[in-house]
Design a protein around this ligand. Structure first.
Ligand code: C2E
Ligand code: CA
Ligand code: CA
Length: 568
């Protein structure tokens, strides 16, 4: 509603104004003539800028009615603080005009006082600065917002987080910080192209905005990393609820390039000031928690705990030590015999990595191999393992000409191998024929880039290297995976061996065996610990077996001694 002034215009005002109006009429800047806040006259340019109607003018509307509510206080101050001394330049003010629907243009306002008859009135000049303002806004957005998703970027996010932390301290409230990482973004980018990747990020931004309150900040930190600041975190499982909602949103199908794509997210949550008292630590915590969610199997959320911090620290230490483990000769290999069931004779060995840490002692291979995969150290570790083991096996073949070596190939390493072509080099260097090498792979080798993995496996088979599918039955093993993979053998996990006379387990192994045989794959039973288990496998027609019953993994020297493989 326009503000109304009570004081009516006098006849004298009108005649003076008519004369003045003629002068002001054609000026390109908006001119407002007013007595205090009471508008006396406006020129055509001012009418256009402010959108005021002649009718309102005649009713003696207040000048404040032309100013946007957000700018009114500043405008009043501007009038109150006009320079008192003559010759002092007026101080301009930037404010927004009310306009229709509160969307008036931005103007620069300069006010001077002048004499009108025997009284002092104000002349306020308005210069349209909307184009500059728009440019300013564009630059501000560029500096603070991500152009792809229109979400606040890292700069603005840091600023907001800082402000929320200060506010939380003052209000004695809590702020939750959430890091969200997409689980299959790389896959989308690699397989559907960057256009689809961009679209995925845009759709993710929209879905995340849908999960949050107005007061929350959803930002994109870069890549596929999003973050949410939840200020005034309510008591109870509020952040859990939001995290769950985020996961649900990300688990719904995305339509990219006309096809349904399922990705998921990993969410890490940390709370200020409970978990950290400064910004840097808080960010670090959220990242640690997110990482934990990712390694716990993805599509999960995880709250930061101090324990995690200690773990992350230990992990970093271990990672550092792993870098030097080979050169410091802390890595060794153990060999476990593989037996041909029909003849009970030694036919090969599986090489198993051991890392004896100078302070922490024995580190389980599952643990450090995962670490090596995540840090890219798996390359040099595998190369060392294969070179050492192939050399040994070739030596043992002098005694046992059909002896073969079986070695585990980590998924990430396998994918890399296609580009660096290391295996032929290692075979040449050590003299081991390709047919005397078995590489054990797991079904997650297909991972995100199935085509590349399949090409690599085909290349290995072409070389003459055998491939076994390890740990069969523990993952989402299926007949179709087995059919698809160019493997020559299947290792049945020890989980499937009967622990007594359990018929149901026997049925499972029989089924796996039948499946493998029908596809022309040999079957290797692993984890055989008792004579019963050995007989069970033998009776079913299992080809090879491995386990403590035949021999535990041991050092090369012990292996040579036990099986009489030294010398010619
Ligand atoms: P895996 O390939 O399934 O290796 C078999 C694991 O079962 C070995 O554990 C072995 O010591 C153990 N084992 C063998 N016989 C028996 C038995 O009768 N009973 C029981 N309870 N266990 C038995 P290990 O050496 O701790 O290796 C664990 C995993 O670490 C391996 O599982 C493999 O996935 C990985 N690993 C080991 N060495 C390497 C390597 O050089 N490269 C890669 N990529 N992974 C490796
Ligand atoms: Ca294995
Ligand atoms: Ca296994």
């Amino acid at each position: 509603m326009p503000h109304r002034q009570n004081k009516p215009r006098s006849a004298q005002d009108d005649s003076l104004l008519t004369n003045l109006g003629k002068v002001l009429l054609d000026l390109p800047v908006g001119i407002l003539l007013h007595r205090g806040e009471q508008l006396l006259h406006v020129n055509a340019a001012a009418i256009e800028l402010t959108g005021i109607s002649r009718q309102d003018l005649d009713c003696g509307v207040s000048i404040l009615a032309l100013i946007h509510p957000n700018s009114r206080q500043a405008f009043q101050k501007h009038l109150e603080n006009l320079p008192q001394e003559k010759g002092q330049p007026p101080v301009p003010l930037e404010c927004q005009c009310q306009g229709p629907d509160l969307g008036g243009p931005w103007v620069e306002v300069v006010t001077r006082t002048t004499r009108l008859g025997d009284e002092t009135v104000f002349v306020t000049m308005l210069r349209d600065i909307s184009p500059y303002k728009e440019e300013e806004e564009r630059i501000r957005r560029q500096a603070n917002y991500d152009s792809l998703t229109q979400l606040p970027n890292r700069t603005l996010f840091m600023d907001r987080l800082n402000q929320e932390m200060i506010r939380a301290l003052r209000m004695k409230s809590r702020v939750a910080l959430m890091f969200i990482d997409l689980d299959r973004f790389k896959w989308v980018n690699d397989n559907l192209g960057h256009g689809a990747g961009d679209e995925l990020l845009r759709q993710t931004a929209k879905r995340l905005l849908g999960c949050h309150r107005k007061s929350d900040t959803v930002a994109r930190l870069g890549g596929d990393e999003f973050t949410v600041i939840l200020p005034d975190m309510a008591k109870g499982p509020f952040a859990e609820r939001v995290a769950n909602q985020v996961l649900q949103e990300l688990a719904r199908a995305f339509i990219l390039e006309g096809q349904e794509v399922f990705i998921s997210g990993s969410v890490g949550v940390t709370v200020f000031p409970d978990d950290a008292n400064n910004l840097e630590d808080l960010l670090h915590n959220a990242d640690t928690a997110m990482y934990r969610a990712k390694t716990s199997g993805r599509n999960a959320y995880c709250f930061f705990t101090p324990h995690m911090h200690a773990e992350a620290q230990a992990r970093m230490e271990l990672e550092k030590d792993l870098h030097h483990a080979i050169e410091r000769k802390q890595m060794t290999l153990h060999y476990q015999p593989i037996i041909e069931l029909a003849t009970s004779r030694l036919i090969g060995a599986e090489a198993l990595l051991r890392w004896i840490h100078p302070k922490r002692g024995f580190i389980p291979p599952d643990l450090f191999i995962r670490l090596a995969e995540e840090t890219g150290l798996i390359g040099p570790v595998t190369d060392w393992m294969l070179t050492t083991a192939c050399r040994k096996a070739q030596l043992w073949r002098q005694r046992l000409p059909d002896f073969f070596l079986s070695a585990n190939l980590a998924c990430t390493r396998c994918r890399e191998l296609s580009t660096d072509n290391r295996i032929p080099g290692i075979l040449k260097e050590t003299g081991l024929p390709p047919t005397a090498l078995v590489l054990e792979i797991t079904e997650n080798i297909l991972g995100e880039d199935e085509e590349k993995a399949m090409a690599m496996l085909a290349q290995l088979r072409h070389l003459g290297v055998s491939l076994w599918l390890d740990d069969f039955g523990t993952g989402q093993s299926s007949l179709s995976t087995l059919k698809k993979l160019p493997v020559t053998g299947v290792k049945v996990d020890r989980l499937f061996l009967p622990q007594g006379n359990n018929e149901s387990e026997a049925v499972l192994v029989k089924a796996i065996m039948g499946m493998a045989k029908s596809l022309n794959r040999i079957v290797i039973g692993e984890g055989v610990e008792t004579p019963d288990q050995m007989h069970f496998l033998k009776n079913l027609g299992c080809d090879l077996a491995q386990g403590y019953y035949f021999g535990k993994p041991v050092h090369a020297e012990d292996f040579e001694e036990i099986y009489g493989l030294t010398g010619k």
